[in-house]
Design a protein around this ligand. Structure first.
Ligand SMILES: Cc1cc2nc3c(=O)[nH]c(=O)nc-3n(C[C@H](O)[C@H](O)[C@H](O)COP(=O)(O)OP(=O)(O)OC[C@H]3O[C@@H](n4cnc5c(N)ncnc54)[C@H](O)[C@@H]3O)c2cc1C
Length: 484
C-alpha cells in the first residue's frame, strides 16, 4: 500500500472497484464523505473492464458486456455518468433466439412489435409483460430496492411477484403454446442460471424481458470499461481517491476509516486477515453457495457472423440453445454436475453498433456457456459448434480467439469463485438471505465493516445497487435513490 495513502485517514475505505465497490464509493462521496477505493488488480472496474484480448485494435469485454440492469439501475440513473463519458448504444434488436429452421424469435424494444412476431402467443406475451413494461421504472425501483421494504407500488410488485415466483418451465408452458415464445422466455431466464423447474427462475426472464422493452439491452460505447471509467471519473470529481494493484489480505493493511466496505464474496471475507469473526458467523459464511461456473470465449472476426436467421444479424444478444425442451435438458444436466454436449450459448456482437471496437470492417463477438462450478472441461469446440449450427461458416471468419475457463476467470478476479459470475447462487433463500441471516445483509458482526458485492441483494449484474444499499447502511440511512 502506498505510504501516502496509508498515512491518511478516511471516512470510508472500499475494497474492490467492481461496479458495486464504485457505486458504494460514489454514494459515500456524494454524501460528503472522504473515500478511498483499494483495488487488487492493475485496472479498475472488476466485472466492467475492456481489454485487447485477441489482436491489436480489437476491444473485448473481459466480463460483462450487455447492460439491461445497468441502463435501468435506479442508482446509476441518478448519476451524471453521461457527462463522465458513458454512452449507451442500443442494437436494433435486443435479443434473438434462432431455431434450426432458420427462423428466430426476437425481443425488440417495442412490446407491440415483439408480440406481433410471436403469432399465436402474441396476446399472452403482451398480457404478461405489458402492464409491467408500462411501469418499468417503479418496478425496477421495487425489485432492485432494499430486500425488505414497504413497497411504494404494492399492486405492481404483487403483479410481478405472482408470476416471478413460478418456475420458468411452468410459466413458459402454461402461458405460451408455441416454441418461439417459450424458448425466447427461457433463454432470457437462463441468465440467472437456476434450473428451470425451480422457483423463482421465471423472475429473471420477467425482469430482463421488462427491461428489454423498458430501458433496452444496450452496450456501453467503447466497452463496459466505459461504465467503470465514468464511475471513477465522477468519484474523483467528488474528491474520492483510488489506488490499484493492492490486493488486500488483511483489514489491518487498510488505512484508518470509520467504515470499510468489502466488494468481496463470503469466501474471500472468510480468508481476510484481521477480521475476528465468531465461529457461528464463519459457519454461516462457509455455508454460502456458489452457482454454476462460466466458460467464456472472445473472438476477433474478419466479418459479421453469417446467421441463417436475418433477425440475428440485427441483434445485440443472441441465445443459442434451440427449443425449450433442449434448454430444460441442458439446465438439468448442468445442475447434476455434467458439462453438456450442446450448451446454451449467450452471445453478443457489440461491433454491429459500435465499430470503434475493431479495425475497419472487422468484428468482435463475446460468448459464454454455463458449466458446473470449477469445471475444467474445455467447452471451446462445443460453443463454436452451437454458433455454427445457427450460422454456418462462422468458423471461417475467426481471426483469433481468447478463452477463459472457470479457473482463468477466478484468476482474473477472485470474486468469480469457481467461475460463478453472479456472486453466488440465486435460489430464493439465497436471494433473501444474501449472504447470511442478519438484520441488514450489508452489515457484518465487525463494527464499521460492510459487505457491498453482488453477494448481497439484489445480486449479480452491473447495476451498482448492492454497493448503493451498502453505502446507505454505512451512512445509517435507508431512503431510496431520488426518483425511485
Ligand atoms: C464472464 C462474465 C460475463 C458477465 N456478463 C454480464 C453482462 O453481460 N451484464 C451484466 O450486467 N453483468 C454481467 N456479468 C456480471 C457482472 O460483471 C457482476 O455481477 C458484477 O461485476 C459484480 O460487481 P461487484 O462490484 O459485486 O464485483 P466485481 O465486479 O467482481 O468486482 C470485485 C473487485 O474486487 C477486486 N478484489 C477482489 N478481491 C480483492 C482484494 N482482496 N483486494 C483488493 N481488491 C480485490 C477485484 O479485482 C474486482 O475488481 C458478467 C460477469 C462475468 C465474469
Amino acid at each position: 500500500m502506498a505510504a501516502d495513502v496509508l498515512r491518511r485517514a478516511y471516512d470510508a475505505v472500499v475494497v474492490g472497484s467492481g461496479p458495486n465497490g464504485l457505486a458504494a464509493a460514489v454514494a459515500l462521496a456524494r454524501a460528503g464523505r472522504a473515500v478511498l477505493v483499494v483495488e487488487g488488480a492493475e485496472a479498475l472496474g472488476g466485472g466492467a473492464r475492456t481489454a485487447a484480448l485477441t489482436l491489436p485494435g480489437f476491444r473485448h469485454d473481459v466480463c460483462s458486456t450487455v447492460h439491461p440492469l445497468g441502463v435501468a439501475s435506479p442508482f446509476f440513473r441518478t448519476l451524471p455518468l453521461a457527462a463522465h463519458g458513458l454512452e449507451w448504444i442500443h442494437p436494433p434488436v435486443a435479443v434473438a433466439h434462432p431455431f434450426d429452421d432458420g427462423t428466430a424469435a426476437v425481443l425488440e424494444h417495442s412490446l407491440t412489435a415483439t408480440a406481433r412476431r410471436l403469432g399465436a402467443d402474441g396476446a399472452a406475451y403482451a398480457a404478461l409483460l405489458g402492464p409491467l413494461v408500462r411501469r418499468w421504472e417503479p418496478l425496477y425501483a421495487e425489485v432492485l430496492g432494499p430486500i425488505l421494504h414497504a413497497p411504494r407500488h404494492p399492486a405492481l410488485l404483487g403483479r410481478f411477484g405472482v408470476r416471478a415466483l413460478w418456475p420458468t418451465t411452468w410459466l413458459a408452458r402454461r402461458l405460451f403454446r408455441e416454441e418461439p415464445a417459450r424458448a425466447l422466455f427461457a433463454g432470457i431466464a437462463a441468465h440467472a442460471t437456476l434450473p428451470f423447474d425451480r422457483p423463482p427462475s421465471a423472475a429473471f426472464g420477467l425482469l430482463l424481458g421488462v427491461g428489454g422493452h423498458g430501458a433496452g439491452w444496450p452496450f456501453a460505447r467503447g466497452g463496459s470499461g466505459a461504465i467503470a471509467a465514468a464511475l471513477v471519473s465522477y468519484l474523483r470529481s467528488l474528491g474520492g481517491e483510488v489506488v490499484t494493484g493492492r490486493t488486500v489480505r488483511s483489514l489491518e493493511q487498510l488505512p484508518r476509516a470509520k467504515a470499510t466496505l468489502l466488494d468481496l464474496t463470503p469466501r474471500q471475507f472468510l480468508g481476510l486477515g484481521g477480521a475476528p469473526l465468531s465461529a457461528s458467523y464463519r459457519r454461516q459464511l462457509a455455508r454460502y453457495r456458489y452457482g454454476l461456473g462460466t466458460f467464456k470465449v472472445d473472438w476477433a472476426l474478419d466479418a459479421p457472423i453469417p446467421w441463417r436467421a436475418a433477425a440475428c444479424r440485427l441483434a445485440g444478444t443472441v441465445h443459442l440453445g434451440g427449443t425449450l425442451d433442449e434448454l430444460v435438458a441442458e439446465r438439468r444436466s448442468l445442475w447434476r454436475g455434467e458439462p453438456v454436449a450442446r450448451p446454451l450459448v449467450l452471445l453478443t456482437q457489440p461491433t454491429l453498433v459500435d465499430p470503434s471496437r475493431a479495425p475497419e470492417g472487422k468484428h468482435i463477438a463475446w460468448g459464454y456457456c454455463h458449466v458446473p462450478n470449477a469445471s475444467a472441461v474445455d467447452m471451446t469446440a462445443r460453443i463454436e459448434a452451437q454458433i455454427e449450427r445457427f450460422a454456418p461458416g462462422f468458423r471461417q471468419r475467426i481471426l483469433a480467439r481468447h478463452v477463459m475457463d472457470p479457473a482463468a476467470l477466478q484468476r482474473h478476479n477472485p470474486n468469480l469463485v469457481g467461475g460463478d459470475i453472479g456472486g453466488g447462487e440465486t435460489t430464493l433463500k439465497q436471494l433473501v438471505f444474501r449472504p447470511t441471516v442478519r438484520p441488514s445483509p450489508y452489515t457484518t458482526p465487525l463494527p464499521g465493516v460492510y459487505l457491498c458485492s453482488a453477494s448481497t441483494p439484489p445480486g449479480g449484474a452491473v447495476h451498482g445497487m448492492c454497493g448503493y444499499h451498502a453505502a446507505r447502511a454505512a451512512l445509517g440511512q435507508s431512503v431510496s435513490p431520488r426518483g425511485a
